[in-house]
Design a protein around this ligand. Structure first.
Ligand code: GLU
Length: 302
């Protein structure tokens, strides 16, 4: 095993679909190609968005595709103390502040204008916690493995929420705490998260956490140019072998790995063996988006 540690970190807001398969598959292949670890983390910090059973479905879908992860599954719902400790560290450096403002109040601004930075506007209201994006590391730059040099000023992106008014932890904080705790060296995920990375780098810097390498992947879009999601009815990945085989082959083709036609109906394990041996990030065309084919979007009847 090398020191490589990758992860797939789905939010269990529904079953996995073709778009999530791309992220899972690419991060799996990237880890396995170098004999690294591949971990699974279920990002279930927002229970109202996570219907019962969705996480179990995700685990079954990954197994059915032969995407076996190392070690126990990590769950975010029982990581409250770690997130609270991180928030406390940020607060003690004046890098996090409580905020009473509602979105309605700042709807005429592109991002939250920071009114509560120097004192809460309405202390009797429920309070969220926000990052002082103007005080941390700026600008943030990194070398994306597909999209090359990235440079952002987090202050222009705004003071992102770290803890919500309803007491739930926000993705940006939880993801950096857990990537560090799990020793993640390589993050491989969709292009939609590229512009979240500046906040995450800022948080890693403020909290003294290791900074993983990043590889953002082209997003699979539906005919209307929307990212595939449960909201726009992207069909759930199948769990039966017959339907899995051609879909896995199309996922490899979507990642520009040019899988041989002869593998199109081969068992998942055989396709994955080939894909691990041939995984080449340089083949992926650095496009923000890719159209899904009708076959990718066809409903899979169990
Ligand atoms: N949980 C996030 C999602 O499902 C992904 C987190 C990540 O890969 O950083 O969109």
């Amino acid at each position: 095993m090398t020191g490589y540690r990758g992860r797939f970190a789905p939010t269990p807001s529904g079953a996995l679909h073709f778009g999530s398969l791309i992220a899972a598959l690419a991060s799996f292949l990237d880890a396995r190609r170098v004999g690294g670890h591949w971990l699974l983390r279920i990002e279930d910090i927002d229970p109202p968005r996570c219907p019962p059973g969705a996480a179990d479905t995700i685990l079954r879908q990954l197994e059915a595709f032969g995407l076996h992860w190392d070690g126990p599954t990590r769950w975010q719902h029982d990581r409250d103390e770690a997130y609270a400790a991180a928030l406390e560290r940020l607060r003690s450096q004046d890098l996090a502040y409580p905020c009473s403002c509602s979105r309605k109040q700042w709807r005429d601004f592109p991002t939250y204008p920071g009114w509560c930075r120097h004192g809460v506007q309405e202390p009797d209201k429920p309070l969220a916690w926000r990052l002082r994006s103007d005080k941390g590391l700026r600008p943030v730059t990194w070398q994306d493995r597909l999209f090359n040099t990235q440079r952002f000023d987090p202050a222009a992106l705004g003071d992102v929420v770290l803890k919500r008014k309803d007491g739930l932890w926000a993705y940006q904080l939880a993801v950096v705490v857990d990537d560090d705790d799990q020793g993640i060296t390589d993050v491989v995920r969709g292009f939609d998260l590229l512009d979240n990375t500046p906040w995450q780098r800022q948080l890693q810097h403020a909290l003294g956490l290791a900074e993983p390498r990043y590889l953002h992947l082209p997003l699979v879009m539906n005919r209307d140019g929307q990212k595939l999601s449960k909201q726009n009815l992207a069909p759930a990945l199948p769990e039966d072998e017959r339907a899995i085989r051609p879909l896995l082959h199309r996922a490899l083709a979507t990642l520009d790995q040019a899988p041989p036609e002869t593998l199109a109906l081969a068992p998942a394990a055989e396709q994955l063996d080939w894909a691990i041996a041939h995984w080449d990030v340089d083949r992926i065309r650095p496009e923000a988006a890719r159209p899904a084919t009708d076959a990718d979007m066809a409903a899979h009847t169990p």
